[in-house]
Ligand binder design. Structure first.
Ligand SMILES: Cc1cc2nc3c(=O)[nH]c(=O)nc-3n(C[C@H](O)[C@H](O)[C@H](O)COP(=O)(O)O)c2cc1C
Length: 535
């Protein structure tokens, strides 16, 4: 199985990192923004539309739906894939985005299909580039009733420039984060969003014009990842949109991001092997939201932050203050947000595969140690049997202030000061040790790939990205900060847990704590016009 082989050969080991150039070739650093030169550009509205939706409402399906207008679609994109800040250090200046990305390399591009047009989102300008206009006879096809489509693609070279062969994994994490960012922005506008299982990658490529060689020349190609329907209406069959796109008028030429490229054949192989063939029925089964440990997230009464503020202020911490602590109740609320039935996990349709191993360092009233958080209680037996026999598996219930006790699907495995272990396993990064807690996202691996096919490899990372996106926002809402951790030593994590073979694999790490700011960096808003806006 190519995905399995790719995964094995892109592991980091204590003695050797996954293959990459080993240095940064600044002469070929990719330009951060894809543009389609010559395509008509439509500037999106600069005025905030939903500034007063409370953060908790994102998870309660309680926001009245906004009408689907270009202004609302602009707000949706601004609050998911737009720029969040410009940073400067000395002569270097770079943009940050609302969605996070490994190494800030941003391989993920967003596309909108609406109103008889196929548009690429240009985040720097906050504008839509019109790639395709449907012919008049087809204009109804694009007028999807009560909804629109959003699609994601990856420019793998952006990540490969820095990370070499492991880059494909990061592109998939980033896609997962982007799905989460889009889903939560949709929730802020009162909209549903579902990734559509019936669309094959080839159909996505056809509709977005990714297969139009003539528009790319030497420019880096975009890989289709997924398409989702947004709104409260119904979608359109892929074939009808493919036909409309083929008959439409196309505009623009993709810009070249780097003057030269390094080939990584193993990435080309795994890209090919994991292409999604599409499904006329369900893709990978439906989610079964077991309720065995469904405790609710309870917002702190004194703080009612607005969703838009939290979404736009999200950043990765560069370092944590090792004195920072989190309350036990806030911690349990965060775990409750990761329940498969919650937003944004309702955007995906496969049964839960990813569970957490937590290194709890500084959560008040909790014994420091290594814990397991099982997102689907049905999996406890399977996971327990796969892990070290010495682990305690002591259930840790959630106790409310009123004294009620609820099961929380959290288990203490080993009471231990796990900071140095988390640090060492996460490529010796202090952020894994100095926060409240660090996470290893452990996924069922061999069985779902055998059951569904190699394309499912990408979805495992998407699920991790969704979990990460929720934790990023939860950190901000709790007055703290988080950081995704793609660099970790794969097999040493498995050895520590007693996991052998490919049944379970660690696919992503994460950490959260009180951030220490780097005072050398200066910061400006994502867009100059936002400097003048109130709030
Ligand atoms: C998949 C992924 C992996 C990451 N891995 C690391 C990491 O190993 N170490 C680290 O310090 N930051 C890591 N980050 C954080 C990124 O560097 C950060 O998202 C990026 O610089 C953009 O900054 P922002 O999140 O503040 O917008 C990771 C982020 C993502 C999404």
């Amino acid at each position: 199985m190519i995905a399995g082989r790719y995964h094995e050969s892109t592991k980091h080991h204590f003695t050797r990192f996954a293959r990459s150039r080993g240095y940064l070739d600044w002469a070929t650093q990719p330009y951060p923004f894809r543009r389609y030169e010559g395509a008509p550009t439509r500037e999106l509205s600069r005025a905030p539309l939903v500034a007063d939706v409370p953060y908790d409402a994102l998870f309660a399906s309680a926001v009245p739906p906004q009408p689907i207008t270009e202004h609302a679609i602009g707000e949706f994109l601004r609050c998911s894939m737009g720029l969040s800040a410009w940073k400067q250090y000395g002569a270097s200046r770079w943009a940050l985005r609302v969605n996070p990305s490994s190494g800030n390399l941003h391989p993920t591009e967003a596309w909108i299909v609406h109103d008889g047009r196929i548009c690429h989102y240009a985040p720097k300008e906050h504008a839509l580039e019109e790639r395709c206009a449907f012919a008049k006879a087809d204009s109804k096809v694009g007028l999807l009733e009560g909804c629109f489509l959003v699609a994601l693609t990856s420019i793998v070279w952006r990540e490969a420039w820095k990370y070499g062969e492991r880059a494909f994994r990061y592109c998939q994490h980033d896609t997962g984060h982007a799905i989460g960012a889009l889903r939560l922005a949709a929730a802020m506008l009162g909209w549903q969003m579902q990734v559509l299982p019936e669309w094959s990658d080839a159909q996505i490529a056809a509709v977005l014009g990714l297969d139009r060689d003539v528009d790319f020349g030497n420019a880096e190609r975009e890989e289709p990842e997924c398409v989702a329907v947004v709104g409260r209406g119904s979608s359109v069959a892929p074939d009808a949109l493919v036909a409309a796109a083929r008959a439409g008028s196309w505009f623009g030429q993709a810009n070249l991001l780097s003057p030269d490229h390094v080939e990584w054949p193993i990435i080309d192989e795994v890209v090919r092997a994991t292409k999604y063939p599409g499904s006329r029925d369900e893709a990978a089964g439906s989610q079964d939201h077991a309720s065995g440990c469904r405790s609710r997230a309870v917002p702190a009464p004194e703080s009612r932050p607005y969703a838009r503020d939290i979404i736009l202020q999200r950043r990765s911490a560069l370092a944590f203050d090792p004195r920072g602590t989190l309350t036990r109740d806030a911690f349990f609320s965060m775990l409750a947000r990761l329940h498969p039935g919650e937003t944004p996990f309702d955007a995906i349709d496969w049964p839960t595969q990813v569970h957490l191993v937590l290194f709890i360092h500084r959560v008040r009233d909790m014994t420091p140690g290594i814990y397991a958080y099982v997102r689907d209680p049905a999996v406890v037996g399977e996971w327990k049997a796969a892990m070290r026999v010495e682990f305690l598996w002591e259930p840790i219930p959630r106790t409310s202030e009123a004294g009620t006790v609820e099961p929380a699907c959290l288990y203490l495995l080993v009471p231990i000061e796990g900071g140095p272990i988390a640090n060492r396993l996460s490529c010796d990064q202090d952020i894994a040790e100095d926060g409240f807690f660090a996470v290893a996202m452990i996924s069922r691996f061999g069985a779902p790939l055998r059951e569904h096919g190699e394309w499912f490899y990408r979805r495992l990372f998407w699920e991790c990205g969704l979990i990460g996106q929720v934790l990023y926002l939860e950190a901000e809402a709790a007055g703290a900060r988080a950081t995704g951790i793609g660099c970790y030593y794969d097999d040493p994590v498995h050895e520590m847990l007693g996991l052998s073979g490919q049944d379970w694999q660690s696919l992503y790490h994460f950490s959260m704590g009180v951030p220490l700011e780097d005072a050398r960096l200066t910061s400006e808003p994502g867009y100059p016009w936002e400097q003048r806006q109130a709030r």
